[in-house]
Design a protein around this ligand. Structure first.
Ligand SMILES: O=C(O)CCC(=O)C(=O)O
Length: 348
């Protein structure tokens, strides 16, 4: 969620708060009566399989989300985690774009040593040191199983406009993605959350409010980065009329949701558990995508696994390329320059 609507780095996505206060009461979606592992009245998974595309799509359109078990091969998920562990988690110098702030920042760690704030837009990772992780992450997030599911839901190929990697739990506030970024046709963007490992139920599960894509939340028309927005959404999750479903996901499972479905992450109940996952947001290829919290839209893209993936850090100007290069390859120099700049700005 983006606090400055014209800021170039923001997703940003549901995706940018500008605050780091873990005890911020506006974020609290608990306690609520119940958090369900399955939709009400179901003892097992009720989700139609992809092999029955019409039912699959009808479920998604009605409920606003759908779950596909074992969609992504475990070895690809594991390769992503291994690359993260080998080259990224211990890298205390580098700056990564953060979902929570929309800014490039070094890691913060949870008490158990997990990366607290997810990395945003893996496709923009520019350093040679992170190339293995970037490749492994995009391999998961552009996997043919995802393409098949999106084609079943939209009837056409899809373009990836945003990605993330989670290690620990930032406690993502309840939101609709479409308030931050969406397809040209409002509500047409689709989110994909791939469990890169078996997610422990206490790790801060991803939750959705089934059918919320068709329900208005009183007062939701405010700045989606404001405390008021987060408070209204949290109140609605906690005390509203809809169920809250947080399925227990295993490695390779994939949850898919509409951009207007309210979702977020539960607080972590046991800090010992990570919640490693790759996420992406896709729009149908025939449609433009649009930011609702940014003034300028990225125009550049790459093809990965035959999928178009939008780049956000490279606007094609020499200045941006130089800045990206220095940030990626000489993080000490970038960090020193940034500190100096901040001091000068504060002094001035
Ligand atoms: O897993 C999370 O914490 C939230 C992810 C999310 O909100 C998203 O991908 O849109």
């Amino acid at each position: 969620m983006d606090t400055q609507h014209t800021h170039d780095n923001a997703h940003d996505g549901a995706h940018r708060s500008g605050t780091r206060d873990d005890h911020d009461d506006t974020l609290r979606v608990l306690p609520r009566r119940t958090v369900l592992e399955q939709p009400a009245g179901c003892s097992g998974d009720p989700y139609p399989p992809l092999s029955r595309p019409q039912e699959f799509r009808a479920w998604f359109e009605r409920e606003g989300y759908v779950l596909v078990r074992g969609a992504i091969p475990a070895r690809l998920c594991q390769a992503g985690i291994d690359a993260f562990r080998a080259d990224v988690i211990g890298d205390r110098l580098s700056f990564f774009e953060r979902h929570v702030s929309g800014k490039f920042e070094p890691h913060h760690y949870t008490p158990a040593g997990y990366m607290k704030y997810p990395i945003m837009n893996l496709q923009d990772l520019a350093s040679r040191r992170h190339a293995g992780f970037r490749r492994a992450g995009l391999t998961v997030l552009t996997h043919p199983a995802i393409q098949r599911a999106l084609a079943a839901l939209t009837g056409e190929p899809a373009r990836c406009v945003h990605t993330m990697y989670f290690d620990g739990n930032q406690v993502t506030w309840a939101h609709r993605d479409g308030h931050y970024i969406d397809s040209g046709d409002d509500g047409g963007m689709i989110g994909v959350w791939v469990a890169a490992e078996d997610i422990h139920p206490d790790a801060g599960r991803f939750f959705v409010l089934p059918r919320s894509h068709r329900i208005h939340v009183p007062g939701e028309e405010v700045d989606p980065n404001s405390a008021a927005y987060k408070a209204r959404m949290a109140d609605f999750v906690r005390d509203g009329p809809l169920d809250c479903v947080a399925p227990v996901l295993r490695q390779g499972d994939m949850l898919i949701w509409s951009s207007m479905v309210i979702h977020g992450s539960l607080p972590t109940a046991d800090e010992r558990w990570s919640r490693r996952s790759f996420t992406a947001h896709y729009v149908p290829e025939s449609q433009r995508y649009k930011w609702n919290v940014r003034s300028r839209k990225s125009e550049r893209s790459i093809r990965f696994n035959r999928v178009e993936v939008m780049l956000h850090a490279d606007d094609g100007t020499r200045a941006a390329r130089l800045r990206n290069h220095v940030r990626a390859e000489w993080p000490r120099v970038y960090g020193a320059a940034r500190t100096l700049w901040r001091r000068l700005s504060a002094g001035g």
